[in-house]
Design a protein around this ligand. Sequence first.
Ligand SMILES: CC(C)(COP(=O)(O)OP(=O)(O)OC[C@H]1O[C@@H](n2cnc3c(N)ncnc32)[C@H](O)[C@@H]1OP(=O)(O)O)[C@@H](O)C(=O)NCCC(=O)NCCS
Length: 175
Amino acid sequence: MPDGLEIRDSAEGDFDAIEMLYPEAFPEENLLPLVRDLLKDPTITASLVGTIESRIAAHAIFTYCGVAGSSVKSALLGPLAVAPTWQRQGIGTALVRAGLQRVLNADVRLVCVLGDPAFYSRLGFARESSVEPPYRLPPEWDDAWQSQYLGDTRIPIAGKLSVPPQWLQPALWAP
Ligand SMILES: CC(C)(COP(=O)(O)OP(=O)(O)OC[C@H]1O[C@@H](n2cnc3c(N)ncnc32)[C@H](O)[C@@H]1OP(=O)(O)O)[C@@H](O)C(=O)NCCC(=O)NCCS
């Protein structure tokens, strides 16, 4: 992990730097409308930044969700972005770990993610087949839908993940 990495909740003063970060980290995908919409309502997310010498090097959002038919509090991790110059130096890993602790403190017991298992399996995520994503995924993405339980008690749950409206866009769940 780089020296000087600090992880904290994002603040309004970080928004300009966050706006710069996403096009750099995702040159082929425009995630800014989603990020802006999610950050408009601070009650629905945990939003963390990783800074080095006070400059934003990474950002992650955990959106609070429910699962139909269950009272277990859950969260959806994403997007997660590390600035290209800082990638593969442990920042993404550190940010996810800090975020998992952050949402555990907010009573979240299940975190889902749609992402590369090569990265997320190292962080304790495994393929999820009981909790369904909001939209049916293409079969080649089956392994990308992952989750992990947090805390000591594992209450297995099944049902569809219910996400806030910002995530109810089929394009976010398709190649
Ligand atoms: C993917 C991403 C969040 C990972 O964060 P990071 O700080 O670069 O990753 P870390 O240094 O913590 O961990 C790197 C390790 O994860 C694993 N890994 C697997 N796939 C990876 C990938 N696509 N990118 C980075 N690491 C990956 C490797 O084991 C890697 O170790 P190595 O460099 O020794 O091979 C970051 O590279 C990024 O923002 N990429 C562009 C945007 C993106 O694809 N985000 C999608 C998240 S689903």
